[in-house]
Design a binder for this molecule. Structure first.
Ligand code: HEC
Length: 146
């Protein structure tokens, strides 16, 4: 710190000025990347909620309650590290659900409520998920774009 001070003192003031500008623009860059990243997350949540009519936050809680994480790795869900079913990162941008349904909100809700009806005998049990919960869970899943 002391050395930095004497180095700065030894510099012509024009150079100090340029260095200060550089430091400021670096900070501004970091700040704008942070803002963009937050906006991106907020937009992903809004569009997922509009698509499904559910609440992503309530969905995140419901996923914990139904213990989906016993079988799936799910970003943003504590202890969702299961390896029975596929990891659900990027589920928002996958073409199909379980390889048989087009990935759209109505099908996602259908799958979450009655996977055994869609693919009898598959490894995901029907868990009596309510329509409300399925909607909320779908809203959360559609925020998972990567
Ligand atoms: C007992 C294990 C188990 C539980 C509990 C479980 N799943 Fe699954 N899940 C699976 C398996 C296995 C598959 C793959 C089914 C297939 O492809 O036929 C699957 C598939 C899925 C898919 C489709 C994934 C894809 O890549 O197409 C989604 C979405 C999903 N599960 C969400 C959930 C949610 C949300 C819950 C909690 C409400 C849940 N699962 C609970 C085992 C489970």
């Amino acid at each position: 710190m002391h050395r930095l001070k004497s180095l700065l003192a030894a510099m012509p003031s024009s150079l100090r000025f340029v260095l200060a500008l550089l430091a400021l623009s670096f900070l501004a860059g970091v700040a704008s990347v942070t803002v963009l990243y937050r906006q991106d997350a907020a937009q992903a949540r809004t569009s997922a909620e509009v698509m499904t009519g559910g609440s992503a936050k309530a969905g995140q809680e419901a996923i914990g309650r139904y213990n989906c994480g016993a079988c799936h790795q799910i970003p943003g869900i504590a202890s969702a590290v299961g390896r029975v079913g596929p990891p659900l990162n990027g589920i928002a941008v996958r073409a199909e659900i379980a390889g048989v349904l087009a990935n759209d909100p109505a099908n996602m809700i259908r799958w979450l409520r009655a996977p055994q009806h869609v693919v009898p005998g598959n490894g995901m049990p029907d868990q009596g998920v309510s329509d409300r919960d399925a909607r909320d869970i779908a809203a959360y899943l559609y925020t998972l774009k990567k």
